[in-house]
Design a protein around this ligand. Structure first.
Ligand SMILES: Cc1cc2nc3c(=O)[nH]c(=O)nc-3n(C[C@H](O)[C@H](O)[C@H](O)COP(=O)(O)OP(=O)(O)OC[C@H]3O[C@@H](n4cnc5c(N)ncnc54)[C@H](O)[C@@H]3O)c2cc1C
Length: 461
């Protein structure tokens, strides 16, 4: 579709990464002109190496492509149905990788760059944007986790936040239905209810002395990830990785995040646990729980191995593993409206990892939605949200509203997340555990198709 007779004003997209490229493409597909501003190659980030659009900065994997049993595979399938440029280029340049979708990174980025360069409705400007000028009435900021410092400062000033670039101290998040409630129990320390609690808000995993000692040994010897040069010194008080706490003394964790006080194990009331790992509800649906105080630089495989030794977590499924790395992202549930516009300045919309999603595919998916929302607005239509039961709906729900604010340490509790089934509204009863993922995927695709049919008449163009 080409520009309509009314000749709409262009939408400005800042950042030609995974999300900005997809956003620009989606806007053009609706017949609306776009100006895409990308600072590379003249000015680069600490990790990008080329001037190509949608450069993959690290792994070349888009993770599982199983649209019937994995949340990320479902997101792939939905994006294909929505005419995603990123998925089209990934499919064209895929490499053998078992059940995963891995891509030839050079071919992938070259295909996206060529598609954008050949799209007449997209004008490319190779320049750094320090602050979106006031006469740009519709802007998508898609500048990623390494947004240039000048723009990050401008955004921080607009949002009134004290910080925008963080060392994320990420604690692992576990699917509630993978926790063994024959071993764990719900209780808040000293049964305190607090402002929004019941007195039984935490899931508690009890450790004997021998289990605690073995756990500390595993932390001390487990393989850790180093920091990138650009990350400098990240630790701040109250947010030390658990393995660093363990290095400070064998009892440190027992007097910190693993303290056993104020808790009684109903399964064995006479035996006081030597240490306790607590998990706290992480999303409104109550399907995800985070391991309190368990930020870590252990390698992901090591986290799974070591954390599954914790009583009650032997079969834990992780929605997100822990980490500590530099990132730039907004406190989106507070700052953005449900179509990703900055509440304080609605002409600015955000997309990609800066909104609080994590991963190449998720960043592109949020770019896809931001592009469609901005184009609809420009065409005088009301942007319609994807159903919460779809992967797109679940992801944007996490960004704009699904998270529960629980700040106890560190700058904020909202953290970027990959798509995972814990973000989807649960199914009604009656679905066998083994069939749950398939049922969630089938429901998502059926609802997405209905949404495309009803709300997005141009999706197939
Ligand atoms: C070191 C590192 C490794 C990662 N590894 C992986 C991984 O292996 N797998 C994975 O799924 N995810 C990974 N991620 C997370 C994330 O998926 C990627 O960062 C992803 O590229 C985010 O997409 P985006 O579009 O939000 O940002 P980006 O793809 O980074 O795009 C942002 C673009 O904005 C441009 N830009 C920035 N500031 C300005 C400005 N002021 N004016 C104009 N242009 C500007 C940048 O040059 C860049 O092209 C990693 C992140 C980092 C930091």
């Amino acid at each position: 579709m080409r520009a309509r007779p009314t000749d709409p004003k262009p939408i400005h997209v800042v950042g030609g990464g995974l999300s900005g490229s997809e956003a620009a493409w989606q806007i053009a597909r609706r017949g609306v002109p776009v100006v895409l501003h990308e600072m590379r190659p003249d000015r680069s980030t600490a990790v990008h190496k080329s001037g190509q659009f949608a450069e993959l900065v690290c792994s070349n994997s888009f993770r599982s492509d199983d649209a019937e049993g994995s949340a990320i595979g479902l997101l792939h399938a939905e994006m294909r149905r929505l005419g995603s440029l990123v998925m089209c280029a990934a499919d064209t340049h895929k490499l053998p990788a078992g059940g995963a979708l891995a891509v030839d990174r050079e071919g992938f980025a070259a295909a996206i760059t060529a598609a954008i360069e050949h799209e007449p409705l997209i004008e490319i400007r190779r320049e750094e944007i320090f602050e979106p000028p006031s006469d740009w009435d519709s802007v998508i900021v898609a500048t990623g986790p390494l947004t240039s410092p000048a723009l990050a400062d401008a955004i921080r000033a607009l949002t009134g936040e004290t910080a925008l670039a963080f060392f994320d101290a990420i604690a692992p998040i576990v699917h509630r239905d993978s926790i063994d409630f024959g071993i764990t129990w719900f209780q808040s320390r000293y049964d305190k209810a607090g402002p929004a609690g019941s007195g039984a808000d935490y899931i508690n995993c009890p450790l004997t002395r021998a289990q605690y000692e073995a756990f500390v040994d595993a932390l001390l010897t487990g393989e850790k990830i180093g920091f990138h040069d650009f990350e400098a010194t990240p630790y701040f008080d109250g947010c030390l990785p658990i393995e660093v706490m363990a290095e400070r003394g064998r009892e440190t964790l027992r007097h910190g995040p693993m303290k056993p006080f104020g808790l009684t194990d109903p399964h064995r009331p006479a035996a006081k646990p030597y240490a306790v790992v607590q998990l706290r509800q992480d999303n409104k649906l109550g399907t995800l729980f985070n391991m309190v105080g368990f930020q870590t630089k252990l390698k992901h495989g090591e986290q799974v191995r070591i954390f599954r030794t914790i009583p009650g977590l032997a079969k834990a499924e992780f929605a997100r593993l822990g980490g500590l790395h530099r990132n730039t992202f907004l406190n989106s549930p507070k700052l953005l409206d449900d179509t990703l516009r900055l509440k304080a300045m609605p002409r600015l919309r955000f997309a990609g990892q800066i909104t609080g999603c994590e991963g190449y595919v998720e960043s592109a998916a949020i770019g896809l939605l931001a592009g469609r929302f901005a184009a609809a607005e420009r065409l005088g239509e009301r942007p319609l949200l994807p159903p919460p039961s779809t992967a797109h709906g679940a992801l944007i729900g996490h960004i704009t509203g699904g998270h529960i604010e629980t700040i106890e340490s560190g700058p904020r509790s909202f953290q970027p997340m990959n798509i995972n089934f814990g973000l989807f509204p649960p199914l009604g009863g009656g679905t066998a555990r083994g069939a749950k993922k398939q049922a969630l995927c089938a429901r998502a695709l059926a609802n997405l198709d209905a949404w495309i049919g009803a709300a997005l008449p141009h999706a197939a163009e």
